[in-house]
Design a protein around this ligand. Sequence first.
Ligand SMILES: Nc1ncnc2c1ncn2[C@@H]1O[C@H](COP(=O)(O)OP(=O)(O)O)[C@@H](O)[C@H]1O
Ligand SMILES: [Mg+2]
Length: 511
Amino acid sequence: MLSRTDRERGSSTPLSISSGSGSAGSSQSKREKDGDSRQIPDKLLNRPSPSPSTPISTTVRTSTPTISLLPPPAVSTPPAAQPIRFRTGSRNTVYDVMRDRGWKETDGDMDWDFFWADVHWVHETFDHVYLQEHQRINHFRNHYELTRKDLLVKNVKRMIKTIEKEYGKAEALKFDFLSPSYVLPGEHALFTEEFKRNPGSVWIMKPVGKAQGKGIFLINRISQIAGWRKDVRGNVRGEKDGEDGPEAYIVQRYIENPCLIGGKKFDIRIYVLVTSYYPLTVYIHRNGFCRFSNTQFSMQAKDISNMYIHATNVAIQKHSPNYLSGRGCKWLLRNLKLYLTTQYGAKAVDELFTEMEASVVRSLMSVQKVMINDKHCFELYGYDILIDQNLKPWVLEVNASPSLTAETQFDYDLKHAMLQDCFDVVDLERRHTGKPTRTRVGGFDLVYNDGPVRHERTSNYASYLGCYQPIPRAPRTKKRFGNAPGPLPLTPTCGKNASGSGNGLASGGPR
Ligand SMILES: Nc1ncnc2c1ncn2[C@@H]1O[C@H](COP(=O)(O)OP(=O)(O)O)[C@@H](O)[C@H]1O
Ligand SMILES: [Mg+2]
């Protein structure tokens, strides 16, 4: 008999990698009929899309067990005229957006329609409560399978093995979006062997349960982690320090040739909204941004410990002597796309952005089988992506709680608009119940719905990521931001020597 967890995970359900030429709904029913109809995943990513007019079912698959612990109590769907009752501990942009939508805050433990919860609540309480039919929450129960660095590595490695076995090496190579990584202390011996094969290579050590660049350092000799190694008792731990042995880390091959602009390193933050894992339903927002270092990039040995050079987290850059507060160090993704187009041409840049989207979807496919799908849940992830000088994107990590605080008006407007779009997709107000799935909602494009979604093209781009999406002024003007920076320039404006009128986004400390 299956345990509850097995049933919830759908362990008897075929991996939802399917192919076909019809709508998501039709490929789904075909798969259900055929049993396992897995096909080469990348074909999926290139297959023709359902015509936008084709209604696409987004209902959770009936064949996939979802959370249903007890027969639900009498359904208490709020009448359409009633405002949505929300609960949250946040007081940042997300709180403002919920109020701006006319929703009403409640502090009732379970007496809410929507709960913007933090991950601690999910870990500690979610398993002990029953949600009514209409209640929604912003995390999946075991989101950490994707968002904890060690589990992401483990799940992606497993996926690569499965794909290689079933479809061959060439297909498996397409899941090569994580730089080679080992989980320590468990894989210390494997890492040592790999390091010896690449003498002089540089690796980055990242604690699995921390964020904002905390605890990160670079190494280029095994001896640099020898002291740390002595503590090893073999307990892999994730989230708390100081108990049961050494803190768990991943050690990851450092990308030594990052794409540079103005001689500076940057990484990219994009917002990814998953409304269901069965069928896998993924939206990506056009308005991501990149975060620059304030210091010229260098791989010289003397600079290896200078995290102002190597870590682009705003939380680190804010303390750099070159940092200019009020100006920040971010660019809208659109500006990056335009800049790169001038350097590399439209085709190469479109391929890069399409590949970024594909990497996001493949990372989600890698955890799909272990995720506990639940129709009450959705999740807004913050992906960190680095591109190298060959224009290859690398997924660095996935955040379950991307920062939604803002430090300039423009940053606030951007996050406000993105969250409005997110709630429009989730549609607690039920304005779109019973209507065909929308392939675009504000800046969110539906990129995968149990199969890749191709949109009707009005331009030459295959990916809309980073395309122009207006950012309306939010209803509130935050006085504490002072004067918002001026229009977005097309040159990086980080650091004391920067020129220009501001970059449109300022420091905010996203995770
Ligand atoms: N493999 C890597 N190669 C190059 N730079 C990296 C790599 N991994 C992380 N970084 C840099 O370190 C920063 C922090 O790493 P990240 O994995 O996002 O952890 P955190 O949770 O601390 O934000 C990134 O924003 C990036 O600038
Ligand atoms: Mg990060």
